[in-house]
Structure formats: structure tokens, C-alpha cells
Design a protein around this ligand. Structure first.
Ligand SMILES: Nc1ncnc2c1ncn2[C@@H]1O[C@H](COP(=O)(O)OP(=O)(O)OP(=O)(O)O)[C@@H](O)[C@H]1O
Ligand SMILES: CC(=O)N[C@H]1[C@@H]2OC[C@@H](O2)[C@@H](O)[C@@H]1O[C@H](C)C(=O)O
Length: 360
């Protein structure tokens, strides 16, 4: 029996902040158990959020500088957390923040220089989990399914509702996962126009009415017709969804309402396609699981096909940080942490770069 004490770091596409989860993992006879011992979210300042959001447009030089600055910032935040909570940490496992993701061009980039993170925190670091898979011809995403497989085997479907929605499940013994489509990205875009961070609980969206014309346009988007493996992100949103929002005459409230219907319809379509029994257990995590109108609409669209389980707020918000912590453990053990069945790569891989603090 081995125990691993890992600090997992995650910065998602919603740009809310840095999620830190101090986790313990125990492996016994090939079965993994976990506990999330401590958590901390560090919200981004508006300035940082804008910088990270626009990283895609930076010159090569400015992008390289941001990579370094953000690596140091991650190291400082980790060090504060470790010191204030007096944590015993074997190593840090960091996803970083995705600035570019173009797997079709063989390219993905997560900001947060691993060497500078190691030097600043004075801890060993594992990071850059997506590059190897992309060089193996994979999408480099989604990566969390390895955690669904090893840590959440009691659920038939694991759904994450972050900026976009992704799902993972077992299809005749093979783990399948892909990005279904939209989740909070359009909701945040609309609430920001209203001067709000987000629509607490979906209370505003609940009072809206459906814009059938927009719903039909959204449901006809080409992405939904692509077979898996597939992944998407901010580029798709800005290129195809934002113009539809801008062209729409619907009120913000009706837009929120319509996007939640659309998101849930797409999710339910996918679950129904792959459900082999009823009812299935569906675990929802990510910030969308805190939006009650989203959850109610999802349950309504799923009907008897699946029962929606919303776990503790800690797991909802920190599951990705937890899984990246596990991926670091697997990388250090030389075991598979990226599944080709999910990413479409030529082979499974044990992915991630390892850095040790340098003494100077
Ligand atoms: N109480 C709440 N009510 C409604 N929505 C909420 C609530 N709390 C969080 N959210 C939504 O969840 C979002 C954050 O979700 P999450 O942290 O899972 O995203 P992320 O990890 O950045 O995204 P991704 O997984 O796509 O990278 C917020 O931006 C907001 O839209
Ligand atoms: C390239 C990238 O950062 N993709 C993220 C993003 O956010 C959600 C979805 O798009 C998913 O593909 C992925 O993150 C999760 C953590 C994953 O890899 O499983």
C-alpha cells in the first residue's frame, strides 16, 4: 500500500481563478482511494483575467514572458498555501492555464513554467500534461477521464460543466470521453453584459422564455455532428457562438434560458445515445452543477435515462485539480495517465514534464 500527498493546481477556461487541492491517494491492489484534505481558490484580479484571456493574441515574446510570470505566481500561491496550512507535500502537479489549443496543427500550450514553479515553491513539479498526447496525434483533451475511470468507477457517466461540457463513460470496457459542447461559457458572456459574474443558481435564467429560432441555430452547429474523439474551446466559442449572441434580439434573460435548454438538450442526446440500461448514475461536477436551473433542466431532459447526482461543493469545484494531482502520481510511477481511447492518439501515454527545484 502506498500513500501519495500531492498539491494539484488547475486553472480552467472560465478564468475564475486558480484551484488548489491538497489530496491524498492510496493505492491498494490496483484500486485507488482519494481524499481531498484542503482546498483553496485564489481568484484572479481583473487585470490577470484579461491578460490570461488575451494570451492567445500576445506576441511570441510577451507570451513567453507571461509563461514565466505565471509560473512564478503559481509557485508563490502554492508556497503560501503549503505554509499557511502546514502541508506535507510530496510534489505539485499543475495543469497550468491553456493559452493555445490547436491539436489539429499539432499544438497545445499551457501557461505556467514548470521550472520556475518548482524553484519558487521549492517542490518537485509535474506539469504539461497535454503536449505528449498531441504529438502522438491525439486531441490532448479531455484528460480528466483517467480520473473518472480510476476514482469514480461507481458512476455510469461523469459530466463536467465548466466553460464547456465534457462527458466520460465506459463503452463495453473502453473509456470514451469528449467535449459535448457549451456549458458556462455563453452564460458568463451574457451575465458579464449584465454586469454580473454569473447567474447565481440560474435564478434569472429560470424566469426567461425560450428563443426557438436561436435554439434551432445552436442545435444545427456543425461541431455536434462530428464523431468523437473531439474537443473544443474558446476559439469555437468566439468564432461561432458569440456572433449568434450578438445577432440575437432576445433579452439577456431569455438568452440565458435558451442556452441552458440548448446545453441540456445536447447533453441528454449524448447520454441517451450511449445508455445501455436505466436508470444510469450521472455524476455532475464543475461550476454548472451549482446552477440549480441547469440541474433541473438536465434532469428533465434526461427523464428516466439517468439520475443526476450532485456531489459535495468541494468535489464539484475541485475534481479537476484532484485528477491532475492523480495524473502527476501516475506520471511519476510511469503508468498510463492519458488514454488514447479518449484523445484519439496513436497510443496511451504517461504524460507530463518533471522539474526539480534548482539550488542557487
Ligand atoms: N452558484 C452558482 N450558480 C450558477 N453558476 C455558477 C455558480 N458557481 C459557479 N457557477 C458557474 O461555474 C463557472 C465555473 O465553473 P468551473 O470552475 O467548473 O469552470 P472551469 O474549471 O473554469 O472550466 P473548464 O472545466 O471548462 O476549464 C462560473 O464561471 C459560473 O458560470
Ligand atoms: C485544452 C484544454 O485546456 N481543454 C480543457 C477545456 O476545459 C474543459 C474542456 O476544454 C477539456 O477539454 C479540458 O479540460 C479538462 C480539465 C480535461 O482535459 O479533462
Amino acid at each position: 500500500m502506498s500513500t501519495y500527498k500531492v498539491l494539484g493546481l488547475m486553472s480552467g477556461t472560465s478564468l475564475d481563478g486558480l484551484d488548489m487541492a491538497y489530496c491524498h491517494f492510496i493505492e491498494e491492489n490496483g484500486r485507488w482511494k482519494f481524499s481531498i484534505e484542503r482546498i483553496k481558490e485564489v481568484s484572479y484580479t481583473n487585470e490577470m483575467r484579461e491578460y490570461l484571456k488575451n494570451a492567445i493574441f500576445l506576441s511570441e515574446e510577451d507570451h513567453a514572458q507571461l509563461h514565466k510570470d505565471y509560473g512564478i505566481w503559481l509557485g508563490e500561491q502554492s508556497k503560501h498555501f503549503i505554509d499557511e496550512e502546514n502541508l506535507e507535500v510530496d510534489f505539485i502537479s499543475s495543469h497550468g492555464h491553456t493559452s493555445h489549443h490547436r491539436p489539429e496543427d499539432g499544438f497545445t500550450f499551457q501557461l505556467g513554467d514548470g521550472q520556475l514553479l518548482a524553484n519558487t515553491s521549492k517542490k518537485q513539479v509535474v506539469c504539461d500534461f497535454r503536449t505528449k498526447d498531441v504529438t502522438l496525434g491525439g486531441q490532448g483533451a479531455p484528460l480528466v477521464p483517467i480520473g473518472d475511470k480510476l476514482l469514480f468507477r461507481e458512476y455510469d457517466f461523469c459530466l463536467n460543466l465548466g466553460g464547456i461540457s465534457n462527458i466520460s463513460f465506459d463503452d463495453t470496457g473502453v473509456r470514451i470521453a469528449y467535449d459535448i459542447g457549451l456549458a458556462n461559457m455563453p452564460l458568463n458572456y451574457i451575465t458579464q453584459r449584465m454586469g454580473l459574474d454569473y447567474d447565481e443558481n440560474g435564478n434569472r435564467a429560470r424566469t426567461g422564455t425560450l428563443d426557438h429560432d436561436l435554439l434551432q441555430k445552436l442545435n444545427s452547429l456543425a461541431y455536434y455532428k462530428l464523431p468523437y474523439p473531439k474537443s473544443t474551446g474558446y476559439e469555437w466559442f468566439t468564432g461561432e457562438i458569440v456572433p449568434l449572441i450578438q445577432a440575437s434580439k432576445a433579452t439577456n434573460i431569455d438568452l440565458l434560458h435558451t442556452f441552458i435548454h440548448h446545453n441540456c438538450e445536447q447533453i441528454a442526446n449524448e447520454v441517451k445515445k450511449y445508455a445501455v440500461k436505466t436508470p444510469n448514475k450521472l455524476l455532475t461536477t464543475g461550476g454548472g452543477a451549482l446552477n440549480q436551473f441547469f440541474m433541473d433542466t438536465l434532469q428533465e431532459k434526461l427523464g428516466s435515462t439517468a439520475t443526476v447526482s450532485t456531489p459535495s461543493k468541494t468535489l464539484i469545484a475541485y475534481k479537476e485539480a484532484l485528477v491532475f494531482a492523480l495524473m502527476g502520481v501516475l506520471r511519476l510511477k510511469g503508468e498510463t495517465n492519458v488514454l488514447r481511447s479518449v484523445t484519439g492518439a496513436r497510443e496511451d501515454s504517461s504524460s507530463g514534464e518533471i522539474f526539480y527545484p534548482t539550488t542557487d
